[in-house]
Design a protein around this ligand. Structure first.
Ligand code: KG4
Length: 349
C-alpha cells in the first residue's frame, strides 16, 4: 500500500511516499530554517506562507522521486496536530484536496506519533510495546507505546520543550536558529563543570519535567556576564547546559520504562540528534539492560516519511478523516482532549 504523506506543522514542508509503513520510496523536504534564522526563531505567519509556496512542487517531486504517479497512491496521510495552526492548515488543506481529487482515504496523523514511527523506517524489527522518549522543538513527552495506535502519555514537560530550551540558550550565546546543532557542536569542545545550572523536579510527579528554569538560568548568566563585562566560557556553558537537559530526560526515561514494564526504549524528535544525550541514553540503557533505538539523524527532525509510516498503522486500525478534518495547535497523543496535562496517566497510583 502506497501512502502519500504530508507534514507542515512547523518550518519544514515535507512530502513523502511510503510503502506499507516501512519502506520510504521518497522523502522530499523544503526547510525554511534559513528564513526564520533572520528573526532568531520561527515566525508563524512566514512559515504558513512558505508552506503555500512549496507544497505543490514538493508533491510533484515526492511522486517523481518515488517513481510513481498519482494513480499509484492508495491513501493520503497528513499531520493534523500538534503544531503551528496556520502552518498545519496549509498541509492539511492541500492533503484534503489531493485525497478528494484522487478519491482515496484521508488518514489523520498526530505529529508526535509520527516522530515515534520514524523508528519503524530505520529498524525493520522494531515493534511495540516500548517506551518512547519524544524530544522536539515544541514537545517533550514520555509515552508508553502499547501498540502502533495505542499510546499513553505518562510524563511531559510542564512548560518549555527541550528543543525550545536549546534554541533559546543558543540564541543568547549568539548562535543562529535552530540552535540545537550548534550547541551540540560547541558542547563537544569542553568538559564543562564550570556552571552550576538548575535541575527541576515536580513534587508527586516524578515523570514530569520543566525546562523554563534552566532556560532562564542560561539567559540570566549570559546577561549578567555581559553587564559586568565578564568573559563567558560559552563551550563550558553549552556542555553544562546539555548535561542539565540530559539529567532531566535520561533518568526519567529509564524510570518510565521500569514503571511501565518496558525493556525497550525508543528516542524520537529533533533533540534525539544530540550527541551527549545519545551517549547518555546508550550508557543508561546498557546499565539497565534496556534495548535502545536511536533514530538516524536524518529521521530525528520533521519529515514526511514518518507521517507515512504512522499513517499506515492508523489506516490498518481504521482511522479515516472526512473533509471536515481540522488542524489543532495542541492535541493529546491519545487524541481524547486538547490539553496534554489532563491526559497524563498516573502510573504511580
Ligand atoms: O523534531 P523537530 O525537527 O521539530 C519539531 O517537531 O519541533 O525538532 C527541532 C528541534 C529544534 O529545537 C532543534 O534545535 C533541535 O530539535 N535539535 C537539536 C539538535 N538537532 C536539532 N537539539 C539538540 N542537539 C541537536 N543535535
Amino acid at each position: 500500500m502506497k501512502i502519500l504523506a504530508f507534514e507542515s506543522s512547523c518550518d519544514e514542508t515535507a512530502v513523502a511516499v511510503v510503502e506499507d509503513g516501512r519502506r520510504v520510496l521518497s522523502d522530499a523536504i523544503a526547510s525554511q530554517a534559513d528564513m526564520h534564522a533572520l528573526y532568531g526563531g520561527v515566525v508563524p505567519e512566514i512559515a504558513s506562507r512558505k508552506h503555500v509556496e512549496a507544497i505543490a512542487a514538493l508533491t510533484d517531486k515526492a511522486l517523481a522521486d518515488a517513481g510513481v504517479t498519482r494513480r499509484d497512491i492508495d491513501a493520503v496521510a497528513v499531520t493534523y496536530a500538534p503544531g503551528l495552526i496556520g502552518a498545519g492548515l496549509v498541509g492539511l488543506s492541500f492533503a484534503k484536496s489531493v485525497a478528494y481529487a484522487l478519491g482515496v482515504p484521508l488518514i489523520p496523523v498526530h505529529h508526535i506519533r509520527g516522530h515515534i514511527a520514524a523508528n519503524y523506517l530505520a529498524f525493520p524489527e522494531l515493534e511495540p510495546p516500548f517506551l518512547a522518549l519524544c524530544m522536539s522543538g515544541g514537545n517533550t513527552l514520555l509515552v508508553d507505546v502499547r501498540d502502533y495506535t495505542d499510546l499513553t502519555l505518562v510524563g511531559a514537560t510542564r512548560d518549555d520543550a527541550a528543543g525550545e530550551c536549546f534554541d533559546k540558550a543558543a540564541r543568547v550565546l549568539g548562535m543562529p536558529y535552530p540552535g540545537g546543532k550548534p550547541m551540540d557542536e560547541l558542547a563537544q569542545q569542553s568538559a564543562g563543570g564550570v556552571y552550576d545550572l538548575p535541575r527541576a523536579s515536580i513534587e508527586g510527579h516524578p515523570l514530569d519535567m520543566s525546562f523554563s528554569g534552566l532556560k532562564t538560568a542560561v539567559v540570566n548568566l549570559a546577561h549578567n556576564a555581559g553587564q559586568k563585562g565578564e568573559p563567558l566560557d560559552c563551550a563550558a556553558l553549552a556542555r553544562d547546559f546539555t548535561r542539565a537537559v540530559s539529567d532531566e530526560l535520561v533518568p526519567r526515561a529509564m524510570l518510565a520504562a521500569r514503571k511501565c514494564g518496558r525493556k525497550t526504549l525508543v528516542a524520537a524528535g529533533g533533540v534525539a540528534a544530540n550527541t551527549i544525550l545519545r551517549a547518555d541514553l546508550m550508557a543508561a540503557c546498557a546499565r539497565e539492560g534496556v534495548k535502545l533505538y536511536l533514530p538516524p539523524l536524518r529521521l530525528c527532525g520533521d519529515n514526511g516519511a514518518m507521517i507515512g509510516a504512522q499513517g499506515y498503522y492508523e489506516y490498518l486500525a481504521g482511522a479515516r478523516a472526512d473533509l471536515s478534518l481540522n488542524a489543532y495547535a495542541t492535541r493529546d497523543i491519545d487524541d481524547a482532549v486538547v490539553a496534554y496535562r489532563a491526559q497524563v496517566r498516573d502510573i504511580f497510583a
